[in-house]
Design a protein around this ligand. Sequence first.
Ligand SMILES: *Cc1c(COP(=O)(O)O)cnc(C)c1O
Length: 375
Amino acid sequence: MDKKIYLSSPTMHGEEQKFVQEAFDTNWIAPLGPNVNEFEKEMAGYLHVGHAAALSAGTAAIHLALKLAGIKQGDIVLVSDLTFSATCNPITYEKAFPVFVDSEKDTWNMDPAALRKAFEKYPQAKAVVCVYLYGTPGKIDELMEICAEHQVPFIEDAAESLGATYKGKHTGTFGKFGIISFNGNKIITTSGGGMLLSEDEAAIQKARFLSTQARDPARHYQHSQIGYNYRMSNVVAGIGRGQLLHLEEHKALKKSIYEQYKEAFSDIKEITMNPLNPDGEANYWLSCMTIDPGCSVKPNDIMDALEAANIECRPIWKPMHLQPVFAENDFIQVQDGISVGEEIFNEGLCLPSDIKNTPEDMAKIIDIVRKCFGK
Ligand SMILES: *Cc1c(COP(=O)(O)O)cnc(C)c1O
């Protein structure tokens, strides 16, 4: 069997263990402690955002963002259609209704024109949740302007785009709330974890309160609200502190992977790499490609060929409006009958983007893809 090549696996450097060891040495093995506090400060400092709450998952961060934005049973929330289910699942935890908004072709993210249309149909919508797919920032100014017109909070799902910037400012720091994830395959990882970001200090304090079972300040256990067990562990936060020291390096390596693919496929006119946003700098979390729909080679052919060589790859996220579980939910597209997200899903795939890939690994992947096109 060939050596396994991964899509995007964790890359540890050693400093992680130093911070974890500190947690063990001081017996701070709990969902609180010095690593948690320092990781929050260090991340807020890196991102230039006021405040951050370290949580057990990015999904937990989205859930708390919605709660803090006042989302209640029966509310409509406008959300990106082309994304991972974690972007919209927490809307349903609150018994609110996700309405899916189509993508644009320029960055693959929420289309401002579709968002406008969504507000025409649902002027009562209470919030917008927008993802930055595969690490490329969306048309943030336009999206935020529409949210401001309708006076609803803009919530950024920056789970995939940690370290990416738009007009010089980090994704996840524009909206009322932003969230990031440290799941196993993200650009930096703590094995599992996430953060909620905001300029609103009181809201972040409230998130810390809700994430630790909403205990009122009293000697006995007293609760006036329903809480959650969502806080990040001090051991996990130690891994995060070590990883954050290497985020810039990971970004540079991811960018180099993208550029190698782009160069290697430049003579195959049916292949287009995933788009970048000229108003920003992606973190290049995953390199993706689409194939012209008229071409006889299909994404499945490439995925089959890579998998046969023990190389991990992945389809594009299947749009939420096509998911059986969301069959009843509305989907807003700019032009009837044309779903940009569905086209990207049908035409695309995610290429192996592991920063530990050697030049030989990259050459092997590229060769397999090129052979699919008879090159
Ligand atoms: C990974 C991811 C999340 C969720 O993060 P977890 O930390 O795994 O809960 C949310 N949204 C998107 C788009 C993601 O890719």
